[in-house]
Design a binder for this molecule. Structure first.
Ligand code: ZN
Length: 211
C-alpha cells in the first residue's frame, strides 16, 4: 500500500509548476495571509472548499468538522473564528453544509457510536427542533437533505450568537454570515441565509426568512 506516495509526487509536480509559472509565488506566500473569507464546512472529502470556489491558497481561512457544527464550547472552532474575525478581520463567514451528509444521516438514524455519537449532539438538537419539517419530507433522502438545510440555518444563528460575532457586530465591524448548501449531485452551491449586524436573530431561524 504505497498510495500515499502519490501525494508527495503530486506535491513535487505542483511546487515545480507553481515556481515555473510564477517565480515570485512562494516569496509572496511568506509575506503573510489576508483571506477575506472564513469557511466552516463538513470534513467530507467530496466537498473541497478551495476547489469548488476556485479560491487560490491564501483565499480561504478554513475550519472543517463532521456536519459543519458550531458550538461555543468547541475550542478548536472558536479559536479559528476568533482569529478570523478579530485578527484577520474577514468580511464574510460561510457555514456550508452539503446534501447527503453522512454526519447528518447518522444524527437522523441515531446509529453513531463513541466520539462521533457525542459530537453529533448539536446536530440531534437541530433534528429535535425541526422534527415536523424533516418528517414531512416524502423519503429518507429528502429528509436528510431538509435536515442538512435546517442544520446550516441553525448553525449560522448559533455562530451569530457567539460573543466573538456579537462583539464584532456591536463594534460596527463589516461582517456578514452566510449559510450555504453544496449539492454533490451537480456541484452547485445554494445560498440559504444571510446574517449581518442588522439582522433580528429571534426571527431569522424561521423558514420564511430563507432566501
Ligand atoms: Zn458531511
Amino acid at each position: 500500500m504505497k498510495d500515499y506516495k502519490q501525494l508527495i509526487l503530486a506535491n513535487m509536480a505542483w511546487a515545480a509548476e507553481q515556481a515555473d509559472e510564477d517565480p515570485d509565488y512562494f516569496a509572496r506566500q511568506i509575506g503573510g495571509q489576508t483571506p477575506k473569507f472564513l469557511w466552516i464546512g463538513c470534513s467530507d472529502s467530496r466537498v473541497a472548499p478551495d476547489l469548488i470556489t476556485r479560491s487560490p491558497p491564501g483565499g480561504l481561512f478554513i475550519h472543517r468538522n463532521i456536519a459543519n457544527l458550531v458550538s461555543e464550547h468547541d475550542g478548536n472552532l472558536m479559536s479559528v473564528v476568533q482569529f478570523a474575525v478579530e485578527v484577520l478581520k474577514v468580511g464574510h463567514v460561510i457555514v456550508c453544509g452539503h446534501y447527503g451528509c453522512g454526519g447528518i444521516t447518522a444524527a437522523l438514524e441515531g446509529n453513531a457510536t463513541g466520539a462521533i455519537d457525542a459530537w453529533l449532539e448539536v446536530a440531534r438538537e437541530v433534528g429535535r427542533n425541526h422534527a415536523d419539517e424533516i418528517a414531512a419530507m416524502p423519503d429518507r433522502e429528502a429528509q436528510v437533505n431538509r435536515f442538512v438545510e435546517c442544520n446550516v440555518r441553525d448553525q449560522l444563528v448559533r455562530l451569530a450568537r457567539t460573543g466573538i460575532v456579537q462583539r464584532a457586530f456591536a463594534g460596527g465591524q463589516d461582517l456578514q454570515l452566510h449559510g450555504w448548501v453544496y449539492d454533490l449531485r451537480d456541484g452547485h452551491i445554494k445560498p440559504l441565509m444571510e446574517i449581518d449586524r442588522t439582522t433580528e436573530l429571534d426571527t431569522v431561524g424561521r423558514p420564511e426568512r430563507v432566501l
